[in-house]
Design a protein around this ligand. Structure first.
Ligand code: ADP
Length: 465
């Protein structure tokens, strides 16, 4: 079976969040079972060394002709393709800058989707696996070209749908009579790319079983709950995993000292050094951390609301993240006020590994969470997750450790009282050092790899052929 996996970001070439990690883990895990190719845009910052120019295409959308070049790179047994076009490459970042999203994103990612389809046909793949709205027009282009290639469309986060003014469709050359209606692209008079992927994909997946249920409710459906309910027969939730070779505290080059579940004293040394470097005192205090985009989804408002009480407890807190300016400013102000809190406004892959390795607890009070990866990475590095009982967090972290893999602390209702009570339970558990150590060790030895998810995807592909 030949499969082309298309994503707007694949680690290590581009990363803004979990999609990039998952794409890489997915490619690695499935490579042995199918003939697998990956494709992503060639952003301006992607390192071109070792790449080969394969060929060029021309796409004429309405009156303008666009040159697209396809580059390839082989990494081990994996073959990656990169779509280069001035409209993609001339932008500095992937999606936007301090001013907001790029105004030509509809066109940039429509062109990317058209190029994916051309590549899929040339590679003669059986399955085209698409991810999120950036690739969601591909099933529409395939349909227009009467292609037999089957599509799997994965929704990683329903909060991002790719909604644009309807005028863009004419520019992209999409037949509005055929596709701009509520059963396909139309969403309150605007064009919603994600809807096209849902309507025209042969199978729809999302990244955890709980999220697959939640998105059919008003609370988590972002206006698409009815539409998803209508397509529920082809919707399935498959829990993500992580690349356990990439995220491995025994081999991680970002760490000064490496360790496994039998060498937790080394983790403690990392913690001591980390606290020293980041201006925090007393390694006997439990270290809580957060590594996150600072947006409402990640529960930042709840954290800010409870921060004064939290910082009066006998803990240290370290937050690594960037995002909404207002949140950053408030964290900066609090960090000035409390000596047990350090805020690092950055996106820093290496530092993130050091944070996980130093931490006793990871805070993940997400308002909603399609799957989440931080909790898996934290458990692998021996930090116990403390999570809101929602989406993929519900499927991967359990306060009742008799449930097997994934032990942590969980609160049900998204409110200050329950969040703080959960932290109190975590602190009480930490005092029972023998039991707590067992919990940490068990988490570190759990299999959070993508292997079992990959098997489910394989079964899904087979069911489509
Ligand atoms: P998202 O909704 O952002 O995709 P996920 O939990 O799925 O959330 O994935 C987040 C990924 O991005 C994890 O690998 C996490 O460690 C990483 N990450 C988030 N913020 C930062 C940051 N400021 N610096 C480094 N890595 C980060």
């Amino acid at each position: 079976m030949r499969v082309l996996f298309a994503s707007s970001e694949i680690f290590p070439y581009a990363k803004s969040g979990g999609l990039s990690d998952i794409s890489a883990a997915f490619m690695k895990s499935l490579a042995g079972d199918v003939e697998l190719f990956g494709v992503m845009p060639m952003y301006s910052f992607v390192e071109k060394r070792g790449m080969k120019k394969e060929r060029s295409f021309q796409f004429t959308f309405t009156s303008t002709t666009h040159e697209v070049e396809i580059y390839s790179k082989t990494k081990g047994s994996l073959q990656y393709y990169f779509i280069q076009s001035p409209i993609i490459t001339s932008r500095e970042n992937m999606y936007g800058d301090a001013e907001g999203d790029y105004e030509d994103n509809a066109f940039r990612f429509a062109l990317f989707s058209a190029a994916i389809v051309a590549l899929a046909k040339e590679l003669k793949v059986d399955i085209l696996h698409l991810n999120d709205w950036h690739t969601a027009l591909a099933p529409l282009f395939l349909k227009e070209q009467k292609s037999e290639i089957k599509t799997v469309f994965t929704i990683h986060n329903l909060a991002y749908q790719g909604i644009f003014e309807a005028e863009n469709l004419a520019r992209i050359g999409i037949d509005e009579k055929k596709y701009f209606h509520p059963e396909c692209l139309e969403f309150y008079k605007r064009a919603n790319f994600l809807k096209a992927g849902i309507a025209l994909g042969d199978a729809i997946t999302t990244v955890s079983p709980s999220y697959a249920n939640e998105i059919r409710s008003e609370q988590y459906g972002f206006g698409l709950e009815g539409f998803l309910e209508h397509h529920k027969e082809k919707l399935v939730g498959i829990l993500n995993g992580i690349d356990t070779e990439e995220f491995n505290p025994a081999k991680d080059k970002a760490l000064a000292l490496r360790y496994d579940s039998n060498k937790l004293e080394v983790k403690h040394q990392n913690k001591k050094e980390f606290l020293r470097q980041h201006g925090l005192k007393d390694p006997r205090k439990p270290l809580f951390v957060m590594v996150s985009r600072l947006v409402e989804q990640k529960g930042v408002e709840l954290l800010l609301e409870t921060l004064p009480q939290l910082l009066e407890m006998r803990i240290n807190l370290f937050i690594l993240g960037e995002g909404v300016l207002e949140y950053e400013k408030r964290f900066e102000a609090m960090a000035q006020e409390y000596e047990n809190f350090t805020f690092q406004r950055a996106y820093d892959e290496k530092l993130s590994r050091q944070v996980y390795s130093a931490a006793d607890f990871l805070l993940m009070p997400s308002l909603f969470e399609p799957c989440g990866l931080n909790q898996f990475i934290a458990m692998r590095y021996g930090a116990v997750p403390l999570v809101h009982n929602v989406g993929g967090l519900h499927d991967s972290v359990h306060e009742d450790d008799s449930l097997g893999c994934g032990s942590g602390f969980v609160f049900d209702n998204f409110c200050a009282e329950e969040f703080l009570a959960c932290i109190e339970r975590a602190l009480a558990a930490k005092k029972q050092s023998k039991k707590f150590k067992e919990m940490v060790q068990k988490n570190m030895d759990c299999d959070f790899s993508f292997t079992s998810s990959a098997k489910e995807y394989l079964r899904l592909y087979e069911s489509l052929l």
